[in-house]
Design a protein around this ligand. Structure first.
Ligand SMILES: [Zn+2]
Ligand SMILES: [Zn+2]
Length: 144
């Protein structure tokens, strides 16, 4: 367990914005929400994000070019495997980790002599709520 990193004011504001958001936010969306706090340039957001990504408090979703606050109960390092399920309908994101998948990746990397920097899995699909909604809509249509 690593000690809680000390964050600057800007880093704290960016982290709070991401924690409060229900959906992943792009750097520009973060900037828009922080204009009232004195943020002027995307670079300020990117600088804060760099540090937050490094400490594992925030994750980057490459497929969405967006950022989410880490939802792990514990703080994990930047090099640990993180997996995300992303709902294509509501934009919801679920973070999870699975030591079995992580073990398989590290076994492969070791066999290949591959030096892993980050491992991020992104799974796209429909969440349970959206599936139910789609099923209900389909049923209503079939009944009409
Ligand atoms: Zn996390
Ligand atoms: Zn959904």
């Amino acid at each position: 367990m690593t000690p809680k990193p000390t964050l600057t004011r800007n880093q704290t504001l960016v982290l709070q914005t991401l924690t409060a958001a229900v959906e992943p936010l792009s750097a520009y969306a973060i900037l828009d929400r922080l204009r009232g706090e004195g943020f002027r340039a995307p670079l300020q957001v990117y600088r804060a994000l760099d540090k937050l990504l490094e400490t594992g408090l925030v994750h980057r979703l490459d497929s969405l070019k967006a950022f989410v606050a880490c939802s792990h109960p514990h703080q994990h390092g930047g090099e640990e495997m993180v997996a995300f399920a992303i709902c294509e309908s509501c934009g919801g994101v679920w973070e999870f980790s699975d030591s079995k998948i992580e073990d398989r990746f590290s076994a492969w990397a070791e066999a290949e002599g591959f030096l892993t920097r980050t491992t991020t899995l992104e799974i796209s699909g429909l969440c349970a709520t959206c599936r139910q909604r789609a099923d209900a809509a389909a049923a209503a249509e079939a009944g009409a």
